[in-house]
Design a protein around this ligand. Structure first.
Ligand SMILES: *[C@@H]1O[C@H](CO)[C@@H](O)[C@H](O)[C@H]1NC(C)=O
Ligand SMILES: *[C@@H]1O[C@H](CO)[C@@H](O)[C@H](O)[C@H]1NC(C)=O
Ligand SMILES: *[C@@H]1O[C@H](CO)[C@@H](O)[C@H](O)[C@H]1NC(C)=O
Ligand SMILES: *[C@@H]1O[C@H](CO)[C@@H](O)[C@H](O)[C@H]1NC(C)=O
Ligand SMILES: *[C@@H]1O[C@H](CO)[C@@H](O)[C@H](O)[C@H]1NC(C)=O
Ligand SMILES: *[C@@H]1O[C@H](CO)[C@@H](O)[C@H](O)[C@H]1NC(C)=O
Length: 395
Protein backbone atom coordinates (compact mmCIF):
# COMPACT_ATOMS: atom_id res chain seq x y z
CA UNK A 1 0.00 0.00 0.00
CA UNK A 2 2.82 2.35 0.96
CA UNK A 3 4.84 1.64 -2.16
CA UNK A 4 1.82 2.15 -4.39
CA UNK A 5 1.23 5.45 -2.70
CA UNK A 6 4.83 6.38 -3.20
CA UNK A 7 4.71 5.50 -6.87
CA UNK A 8 1.53 7.49 -7.46
CA UNK A 9 3.15 10.35 -5.65
CA UNK A 10 6.11 10.03 -7.99
CA UNK A 11 3.94 10.14 -11.10
CA UNK A 12 1.77 12.99 -9.87
CA UNK A 13 4.80 15.03 -8.95
CA UNK A 14 6.31 14.37 -12.35
CA UNK A 15 3.16 15.38 -14.21
CA UNK A 16 2.87 18.45 -12.05
CA UNK A 17 6.46 19.42 -12.75
CA UNK A 18 6.00 18.93 -16.47
CA UNK A 19 2.92 21.15 -16.46
CA UNK A 20 4.57 23.81 -14.35
CA UNK A 21 7.73 23.80 -16.43
CA UNK A 22 6.02 25.24 -19.53
CA UNK A 23 9.21 24.76 -21.48
CA UNK A 24 11.60 21.87 -21.74
CA UNK A 25 15.03 22.72 -20.41
CA UNK A 26 18.09 20.73 -21.52
CA UNK A 27 18.03 18.06 -18.83
CA UNK A 28 21.08 16.25 -20.12
CA UNK A 29 24.35 17.54 -21.46
CA UNK A 30 27.70 16.46 -22.85
CA UNK A 31 30.08 14.98 -20.29
CA UNK A 32 31.65 17.77 -18.31
CA UNK A 33 35.38 18.36 -18.18
CA UNK A 34 37.68 20.71 -16.30
CA UNK A 35 35.34 21.07 -13.32
CA UNK A 36 38.02 20.22 -10.74
CA UNK A 37 39.24 21.88 -8.59
CA UNK A 38 35.60 22.75 -7.87
CA UNK A 39 34.50 26.23 -8.86
CA UNK A 40 31.69 28.10 -10.57
CA UNK A 41 27.93 28.01 -10.04
CA UNK A 42 27.68 24.26 -9.29
CA UNK A 43 30.09 24.58 -6.37
CA UNK A 44 28.70 26.22 -3.25
CA UNK A 45 31.63 25.80 -0.90
CA UNK A 46 33.78 23.40 1.06
CA UNK A 47 32.40 21.33 3.87
CA UNK A 48 33.62 22.12 7.39
CA UNK A 49 35.42 19.43 9.43
CA UNK A 50 34.49 18.35 12.95
CA UNK A 51 35.73 15.70 15.34
CA UNK A 52 33.47 13.27 17.17
CA UNK A 53 35.16 11.60 20.13
CA UNK A 54 33.89 8.03 20.42
CA UNK A 55 35.32 7.85 23.93
CA UNK A 56 32.71 10.35 25.14
CA UNK A 57 29.32 9.10 26.31
CA UNK A 58 27.00 9.00 23.24
CA UNK A 59 24.83 11.87 24.49
CA UNK A 60 27.87 14.20 24.46
CA UNK A 61 29.45 13.23 21.14
CA UNK A 62 27.58 15.62 18.85
CA UNK A 63 27.61 18.67 21.14
CA UNK A 64 30.20 20.71 19.18
CA UNK A 65 28.56 20.12 15.83
CA UNK A 66 25.03 20.79 17.03
CA UNK A 67 26.07 23.91 18.94
CA UNK A 68 27.48 25.33 15.68
CA UNK A 69 24.59 24.19 13.49
CA UNK A 70 21.69 24.88 15.84
CA UNK A 71 20.21 27.72 13.80
CA UNK A 72 20.44 25.87 10.50
CA UNK A 73 18.82 22.89 12.14
CA UNK A 74 15.99 25.01 13.51
CA UNK A 75 15.41 26.48 10.07
CA UNK A 76 15.29 23.04 8.45
CA UNK A 77 12.94 21.68 11.12
CA UNK A 78 10.66 24.70 10.62
CA UNK A 79 10.50 23.92 6.90
CA UNK A 80 9.50 20.33 7.70
CA UNK A 81 6.80 21.61 10.08
CA UNK A 82 5.47 23.93 7.37
CA UNK A 83 5.37 21.03 4.93
CA UNK A 84 3.59 18.81 7.42
CA UNK A 85 1.06 21.57 8.08
CA UNK A 86 0.48 21.94 4.36
CA UNK A 87 -0.42 18.24 4.17
CA UNK A 88 -2.43 18.05 7.37
CA UNK A 89 -3.49 21.53 8.49
CA UNK A 90 -3.82 22.54 12.16
CA UNK A 91 -0.48 21.06 13.23
CA UNK A 92 -1.96 17.63 13.88
CA UNK A 93 0.86 15.76 12.14
CA UNK A 94 3.65 17.41 14.11
CA UNK A 95 1.62 16.99 17.29
CA UNK A 96 1.64 13.27 16.58
CA UNK A 97 5.39 13.32 15.91
CA UNK A 98 6.10 15.23 19.12
CA UNK A 99 3.90 12.94 21.14
CA UNK A 100 4.62 9.48 19.74
CA UNK A 101 8.08 9.39 18.24
CA UNK A 102 9.97 10.17 21.50
CA UNK A 103 8.74 6.85 22.88
CA UNK A 104 10.36 5.10 19.96
CA UNK A 105 13.79 6.58 20.52
CA UNK A 106 14.17 4.19 23.44
CA UNK A 107 13.55 1.22 21.16
CA UNK A 108 16.56 2.12 19.02
CA UNK A 109 19.80 0.24 19.65
CA UNK A 110 22.65 1.76 21.66
CA UNK A 111 24.44 4.11 20.96
CA UNK A 112 21.91 5.58 18.51
CA UNK A 113 19.19 6.12 21.12
CA UNK A 114 21.55 8.08 23.38
CA UNK A 115 23.10 10.07 20.54
CA UNK A 116 19.68 11.17 19.26
CA UNK A 117 18.68 12.30 22.74
CA UNK A 118 21.93 14.25 22.96
CA UNK A 119 21.22 15.96 19.63
CA UNK A 120 17.72 16.92 20.81
CA UNK A 121 18.89 18.34 24.11
CA UNK A 122 21.68 20.47 22.60
CA UNK A 123 19.65 21.71 19.63
CA UNK A 124 16.46 22.41 21.55
CA UNK A 125 14.52 20.64 18.79
CA UNK A 126 11.82 18.36 20.24
CA UNK A 127 12.99 14.74 20.46
CA UNK A 128 10.24 13.40 18.20
CA UNK A 129 11.27 15.79 15.44
CA UNK A 130 14.95 14.81 15.68
CA UNK A 131 13.79 11.22 15.45
CA UNK A 132 11.71 12.05 12.37
CA UNK A 133 14.71 13.75 10.80
CA UNK A 134 16.72 10.56 11.38
CA UNK A 135 14.04 8.42 9.74
CA UNK A 136 13.66 10.72 6.74
CA UNK A 137 17.01 9.82 5.26
CA UNK A 138 15.99 6.23 5.03
CA UNK A 139 13.10 7.25 2.83
CA UNK A 140 13.75 10.28 0.62
CA UNK A 141 17.28 9.77 -0.69
CA UNK A 142 18.19 9.21 -4.34
CA UNK A 143 21.85 9.13 -5.28
CA UNK A 144 24.68 8.14 -7.55
CA UNK A 145 27.65 6.17 -6.17
CA UNK A 146 30.64 4.66 -7.93
CA UNK A 147 33.95 2.94 -7.22
CA UNK A 148 36.60 2.96 -9.96
CA UNK A 149 40.04 1.40 -10.12
CA UNK A 150 42.78 3.30 -11.91
CA UNK A 151 45.61 1.70 -13.86
CA UNK A 152 47.83 1.70 -10.76
CA UNK A 153 45.30 -0.39 -8.84
CA UNK A 154 44.15 2.49 -6.64
CA UNK A 155 40.46 2.76 -5.85
CA UNK A 156 38.44 5.96 -6.02
CA UNK A 157 35.01 5.95 -4.40
CA UNK A 158 32.70 8.88 -5.05
CA UNK A 159 29.08 9.83 -4.66
CA UNK A 160 26.46 12.50 -5.17
CA UNK A 161 23.97 12.67 -2.34
CA UNK A 162 20.60 13.73 -3.67
CA UNK A 163 18.06 14.36 -0.98
CA UNK A 164 14.61 15.84 -0.62
CA UNK A 165 12.57 14.16 -3.33
CA UNK A 166 8.88 15.11 -2.99
CA UNK A 167 9.72 17.29 -0.02
CA UNK A 168 7.97 20.38 -1.34
CA UNK A 169 8.78 22.01 -4.64
CA UNK A 170 9.30 25.76 -4.60
CA UNK A 171 7.63 26.76 -7.87
CA UNK A 172 9.01 30.27 -7.90
CA UNK A 173 12.63 29.35 -7.24
CA UNK A 174 12.39 25.96 -8.96
CA UNK A 175 14.08 24.26 -6.02
CA UNK A 176 13.28 21.55 -3.49
CA UNK A 177 12.54 23.30 -0.21
CA UNK A 178 14.18 20.77 2.11
CA UNK A 179 17.19 20.26 -0.15
CA UNK A 180 17.95 23.97 0.13
CA UNK A 181 17.73 23.77 3.91
CA UNK A 182 20.04 20.78 4.09
CA UNK A 183 23.05 22.23 2.33
CA UNK A 184 24.14 24.30 5.39
CA UNK A 185 23.91 21.16 7.53
CA UNK A 186 26.52 19.17 5.60
CA UNK A 187 29.59 18.42 7.74
CA UNK A 188 32.63 16.18 7.47
CA UNK A 189 33.26 14.21 10.63
CA UNK A 190 36.45 12.61 11.90
CA UNK A 191 35.42 9.90 14.37
CA UNK A 192 38.19 9.26 16.86
CA UNK A 193 38.98 6.74 19.55
CA UNK A 194 42.01 7.27 21.79
CA UNK A 195 42.44 10.42 19.74
CA UNK A 196 43.08 8.39 16.58
CA UNK A 197 40.88 8.37 13.49
CA UNK A 198 38.68 5.30 13.24
CA UNK A 199 36.65 6.49 10.27
CA UNK A 200 35.55 9.67 8.50
CA UNK A 201 32.21 10.57 7.01
CA UNK A 202 30.15 13.20 5.27
CA UNK A 203 27.01 13.79 7.28
CA UNK A 204 24.05 16.04 7.94
CA UNK A 205 24.28 17.65 11.38
CA UNK A 206 21.74 15.96 13.62
CA UNK A 207 21.73 12.68 11.73
CA UNK A 208 23.54 9.85 13.54
CA UNK A 209 23.48 7.14 10.84
CA UNK A 210 26.00 7.09 7.98
CA UNK A 211 25.47 7.40 4.25
CA UNK A 212 29.06 8.10 3.15
CA UNK A 213 32.29 7.11 4.87
CA UNK A 214 35.84 5.81 4.79
CA UNK A 215 37.86 3.68 7.14
CA UNK A 216 41.28 4.95 6.02
CA UNK A 217 43.48 2.36 4.26
CA UNK A 218 40.82 -0.32 4.84
CA UNK A 219 37.51 0.32 3.03
CA UNK A 220 35.06 2.95 1.73
CA UNK A 221 31.30 2.74 1.93
CA UNK A 222 28.23 4.54 0.61
CA UNK A 223 24.56 3.70 0.79
CA UNK A 224 21.81 4.42 -1.75
CA UNK A 225 18.12 3.96 -1.28
CA UNK A 226 16.46 1.02 -3.00
CA UNK A 227 12.79 1.48 -3.87
CA UNK A 228 11.36 -1.98 -3.92
CA UNK A 229 7.91 -3.25 -4.67
CA UNK A 230 8.40 -6.13 -2.23
CA UNK A 231 8.71 -4.98 1.32
CA UNK A 232 9.64 -1.31 0.79
CA UNK A 233 8.38 0.30 3.96
CA UNK A 234 6.78 -2.72 5.56
CA UNK A 235 9.77 -3.21 7.86
CA UNK A 236 9.62 0.37 9.10
CA UNK A 237 5.91 -0.05 9.70
CA UNK A 238 6.54 -3.30 11.58
CA UNK A 239 9.16 -1.62 13.70
CA UNK A 240 6.72 1.14 14.60
CA UNK A 241 4.17 -1.53 15.49
CA UNK A 242 6.65 -3.34 17.71
CA UNK A 243 8.23 -6.10 15.60
CA UNK A 244 11.88 -5.05 15.75
CA UNK A 245 14.20 -7.74 14.48
CA UNK A 246 15.68 -5.84 11.52
CA UNK A 247 18.34 -3.14 11.57
CA UNK A 248 18.00 0.42 10.31
CA UNK A 249 20.11 0.59 7.17
CA UNK A 250 22.14 3.66 8.03
CA UNK A 251 22.78 2.35 11.54
CA UNK A 252 24.30 -0.73 9.96
CA UNK A 253 26.62 1.39 7.80
CA UNK A 254 27.63 3.33 10.89
CA UNK A 255 28.37 0.12 12.82
CA UNK A 256 30.36 -1.27 9.90
CA UNK A 257 32.45 1.89 9.56
CA UNK A 258 33.04 1.98 13.29
CA UNK A 259 33.73 -1.68 13.96
CA UNK A 260 34.49 -3.70 10.81
CA UNK A 261 38.22 -4.18 10.32
CA UNK A 262 38.54 -5.33 6.71
CA UNK A 263 36.80 -5.25 3.34
CA UNK A 264 35.74 -8.89 3.73
CA UNK A 265 34.41 -8.29 7.21
CA UNK A 266 32.44 -5.24 6.04
CA UNK A 267 31.10 -7.13 3.03
CA UNK A 268 29.83 -10.00 5.16
CA UNK A 269 28.06 -7.71 7.62
CA UNK A 270 26.44 -5.66 4.85
CA UNK A 271 25.37 -8.81 3.00
CA UNK A 272 23.97 -10.83 5.88
CA UNK A 273 22.49 -8.52 8.51
CA UNK A 274 18.69 -8.47 8.47
CA UNK A 275 17.39 -5.02 7.50
CA UNK A 276 14.20 -3.05 8.00
CA UNK A 277 14.06 -2.11 4.33
CA UNK A 278 15.90 -2.79 1.07
CA UNK A 279 19.07 -0.81 0.29
CA UNK A 280 22.14 -0.63 -1.92
CA UNK A 281 25.56 -0.69 -0.29
CA UNK A 282 28.48 0.33 -2.43
CA UNK A 283 31.70 -0.94 -0.89
CA UNK A 284 35.31 -0.46 -1.92
CA UNK A 285 38.29 -2.29 -0.39
CA UNK A 286 41.99 -1.44 -0.26
CA UNK A 287 43.31 -3.78 -2.96
CA UNK A 288 42.90 -4.26 -6.66
CA UNK A 289 39.58 -5.85 -7.61
CA UNK A 290 37.94 -5.05 -4.28
CA UNK A 291 34.71 -3.19 -4.95
CA UNK A 292 31.13 -4.34 -5.10
CA UNK A 293 27.50 -3.36 -5.17
CA UNK A 294 25.46 -5.16 -2.56
CA UNK A 295 21.78 -5.11 -3.52
CA UNK A 296 19.84 -5.91 -0.40
CA UNK A 297 16.35 -7.16 0.16
CA UNK A 298 15.50 -7.19 3.83
CA UNK A 299 17.09 -10.60 4.24
CA UNK A 300 19.27 -11.27 1.21
CA UNK A 301 22.16 -10.04 -0.88
CA UNK A 302 20.75 -10.31 -4.41
CA UNK A 303 22.92 -10.76 -7.47
CA UNK A 304 26.16 -9.15 -6.18
CA UNK A 305 28.21 -7.19 -8.71
CA UNK A 306 31.99 -6.95 -8.31
CA UNK A 307 34.84 -5.38 -10.17
CA UNK A 308 36.11 -7.70 -12.88
CA UNK A 309 39.22 -6.20 -14.41
CA UNK A 310 40.03 -9.17 -16.61
CA UNK A 311 36.71 -8.68 -18.35
CA UNK A 312 37.00 -4.92 -18.57
CA UNK A 313 34.80 -3.99 -15.60
CA UNK A 314 37.08 -1.41 -13.99
CA UNK A 315 34.26 0.40 -12.17
CA UNK A 316 30.92 -0.33 -10.51
CA UNK A 317 28.21 2.31 -10.45
CA UNK A 318 24.87 2.43 -8.68
CA UNK A 319 21.99 4.90 -8.72
CA UNK A 320 18.65 3.66 -7.36
CA UNK A 321 17.82 0.71 -9.60
CA UNK A 322 18.91 -2.92 -9.61
CA UNK A 323 21.95 -3.24 -11.86
CA UNK A 324 20.41 -6.15 -13.78
CA UNK A 325 17.29 -4.12 -14.66
CA UNK A 326 16.70 -0.98 -16.69
CA UNK A 327 16.29 2.21 -14.63
CA UNK A 328 12.91 3.91 -14.49
CA UNK A 329 12.72 5.92 -17.71
CA UNK A 330 11.77 9.08 -15.82
CA UNK A 331 14.90 8.83 -13.72
CA UNK A 332 17.84 7.54 -15.69
CA UNK A 333 21.02 8.86 -14.14
CA UNK A 334 22.81 5.57 -14.71
CA UNK A 335 23.16 5.77 -18.50
CA UNK A 336 24.61 9.31 -18.57
CA UNK A 337 26.98 8.50 -15.68
CA UNK A 338 28.20 5.31 -17.37
CA UNK A 339 28.50 7.08 -20.69
CA UNK A 340 30.85 9.60 -19.10
CA UNK A 341 32.81 6.92 -17.24
CA UNK A 342 33.26 4.97 -20.48
CA UNK A 343 34.27 8.10 -22.32
CA UNK A 344 36.87 8.91 -19.65
CA UNK A 345 38.46 5.42 -19.85
CA UNK A 346 40.36 3.70 -17.06
CA UNK A 347 43.60 5.29 -18.26
CA UNK A 348 42.28 8.74 -17.37
CA UNK A 349 40.25 8.07 -14.26
CA UNK A 350 41.22 10.27 -11.31
CA UNK A 351 39.63 12.43 -8.64
CA UNK A 352 39.45 15.14 -11.23
CA UNK A 353 37.61 13.14 -13.90
CA UNK A 354 35.32 11.45 -11.36
CA UNK A 355 34.27 14.92 -10.21
CA UNK A 356 33.56 15.77 -13.86
CA UNK A 357 31.26 12.75 -14.18
CA UNK A 358 29.39 13.71 -11.00
CA UNK A 359 29.05 17.28 -12.32
CA UNK A 360 27.22 16.28 -15.49
CA UNK A 361 23.44 16.75 -15.61
CA UNK A 362 21.30 14.87 -14.71
CA UNK A 363 23.82 13.03 -12.48
CA UNK A 364 24.00 16.48 -10.93
CA UNK A 365 20.44 17.67 -10.38
CA UNK A 366 18.23 19.85 -8.19
CA UNK A 367 18.40 17.35 -5.33
CA UNK A 368 22.18 17.13 -5.19
CA UNK A 369 23.38 18.46 -1.87
CA UNK A 370 26.96 17.25 -1.83
CA UNK A 371 29.64 15.38 -3.77
CA UNK A 372 32.15 13.29 -1.83
CA UNK A 373 35.32 11.71 -3.21
CA UNK A 374 37.35 9.19 -1.20
CA UNK A 375 40.69 7.51 -1.87
CA UNK A 376 41.31 4.56 0.37
CA UNK A 377 45.07 4.35 -0.23
CA UNK A 378 45.51 7.94 0.92
CA UNK A 379 42.84 7.66 3.60
CA UNK A 380 41.31 10.82 2.17
CA UNK A 381 37.75 12.11 2.05
CA UNK A 382 36.83 15.43 0.48
CA UNK A 383 33.38 16.81 -0.08
CA UNK A 384 31.79 19.80 -1.76
CA UNK A 385 28.42 21.48 -1.45
CA UNK A 386 26.70 21.39 -4.82
CA UNK A 387 24.02 23.33 -6.62
CA UNK A 388 22.44 22.88 -10.01
CA UNK A 389 21.43 26.27 -11.40
CA UNK A 390 18.60 26.42 -13.94
CA UNK A 391 17.99 24.87 -16.31
CA UNK A 392 18.36 21.65 -14.39
CA UNK A 393 16.48 18.40 -13.93
CA UNK A 394 14.47 18.30 -10.67
CA UNK A 395 16.09 14.90 -9.92
C1 LIG B 1 13.67 31.95 -3.24
O1 LIG B 1 14.85 32.65 -3.59
C2 LIG B 1 14.96 33.94 -3.01
C3 LIG B 1 16.18 34.61 -3.58
O2 LIG B 1 17.26 33.71 -3.66
C4 LIG B 1 15.04 33.79 -1.50
O3 LIG B 1 15.15 35.04 -0.89
C5 LIG B 1 13.78 33.11 -1.01
O4 LIG B 1 13.87 32.87 0.37
C6 LIG B 1 13.61 31.79 -1.73
N1 LIG B 1 12.35 31.21 -1.35
C7 LIG B 1 12.27 30.08 -0.66
C8 LIG B 1 10.89 29.64 -0.32
O5 LIG B 1 13.25 29.44 -0.33
C1 LIG C 1 44.72 14.64 19.59
O1 LIG C 1 45.52 14.64 18.41
C2 LIG C 1 45.71 15.92 17.85
C3 LIG C 1 46.52 15.78 16.58
O2 LIG C 1 46.19 14.59 15.90
C4 LIG C 1 46.42 16.82 18.85
O3 LIG C 1 46.52 18.11 18.29
C5 LIG C 1 45.61 16.88 20.14
O4 LIG C 1 46.32 17.62 21.10
C6 LIG C 1 45.34 15.49 20.67
N1 LIG C 1 44.43 15.59 21.80
C7 LIG C 1 44.62 14.93 22.91
C8 LIG C 1 43.59 15.12 23.97
O5 LIG C 1 45.56 14.18 23.09
C1 LIG D 1 31.26 -0.81 18.08
O1 LIG D 1 31.76 -1.74 19.01
C2 LIG D 1 31.87 -1.24 20.34
C3 LIG D 1 32.58 -2.27 21.18
O2 LIG D 1 31.92 -3.50 21.05
C4 LIG D 1 30.49 -0.88 20.86
O3 LIG D 1 30.57 -0.34 22.14
C5 LIG D 1 29.90 0.17 19.92
O4 LIG D 1 28.58 0.50 20.33
C6 LIG D 1 29.86 -0.35 18.49
N1 LIG D 1 29.43 0.73 17.63
C7 LIG D 1 28.29 0.72 16.94
C8 LIG D 1 27.96 1.92 16.15
O5 LIG D 1 27.56 -0.23 16.92
C1 LIG E 1 44.09 -3.64 3.76
O1 LIG E 1 43.27 -4.01 4.86
C2 LIG E 1 43.75 -5.13 5.57
C3 LIG E 1 42.70 -5.49 6.60
O2 LIG E 1 42.48 -4.45 7.47
C4 LIG E 1 45.11 -4.80 6.18
O3 LIG E 1 45.60 -5.92 6.89
C5 LIG E 1 46.08 -4.41 5.08
O4 LIG E 1 47.29 -4.00 5.65
C6 LIG E 1 45.48 -3.29 4.24
N1 LIG E 1 46.34 -3.04 3.08
C7 LIG E 1 46.74 -1.84 2.74
C8 LIG E 1 47.55 -1.77 1.49
O5 LIG E 1 46.50 -0.83 3.39
C1 LIG F 1 29.87 1.41 -20.73
O1 LIG F 1 30.78 0.31 -20.89
C2 LIG F 1 30.28 -0.91 -20.37
C3 LIG F 1 31.42 -1.91 -20.44
O2 LIG F 1 32.02 -1.92 -21.69
C4 LIG F 1 29.06 -1.33 -21.16
O3 LIG F 1 28.54 -2.55 -20.65
C5 LIG F 1 28.01 -0.25 -21.04
O4 LIG F 1 26.89 -0.57 -21.85
C6 LIG F 1 28.57 1.09 -21.45
N1 LIG F 1 27.54 2.07 -21.11
C7 LIG F 1 27.33 3.20 -21.77
C8 LIG F 1 26.19 4.04 -21.35
O5 LIG F 1 28.08 3.57 -22.64
C1 LIG G 1 43.50 10.83 -21.53
O1 LIG G 1 44.40 11.82 -21.10
C2 LIG G 1 45.40 12.08 -22.05
C3 LIG G 1 46.38 13.04 -21.42
O2 LIG G 1 45.74 13.94 -20.61
C4 LIG G 1 44.78 12.65 -23.32
O3 LIG G 1 45.77 12.90 -24.27
C5 LIG G 1 43.81 11.63 -23.86
O4 LIG G 1 43.13 12.17 -24.97
C6 LIG G 1 42.80 11.26 -22.80
N1 LIG G 1 41.98 10.19 -23.30
C7 LIG G 1 40.66 10.24 -23.27
C8 LIG G 1 39.95 9.06 -23.79
O5 LIG G 1 40.06 11.21 -22.83
Amino acid sequence: MFTKLNFCCFLLTYIFLCLSAQYVPPYTEECRSGMYPPNGPTFKGNVPWYTVDLDLPPSKRWTNIITDKKNDMASMIQAIRDLADAFVPSGKLIELVDHDLPLMVNTLPYPFNEEIKGVASVSGVPLGEVMLFNIFYEVFTVCTSLVAENVNGNLIHARNLDFGLFMGWDIKNRTWIITEKLRPLVVNVDFRRNNRTVFKSTNFAGYVGMLTGIRPHTFTLTMNERFSLDGGYIGILEWILGKRDGMWMSFLTRSVLENATSYENAKALLSDTKLLAPAYFILGGNQTGQACIITRSRTQNLNPLELDLKNGRWYVLETNYDHWKAPLFLDDRRTPAMKCMNQTTQANISIKTVYDVLSTKPVLNKLTTYTTIMEVSKGSLESFIRDCPNPCMPW
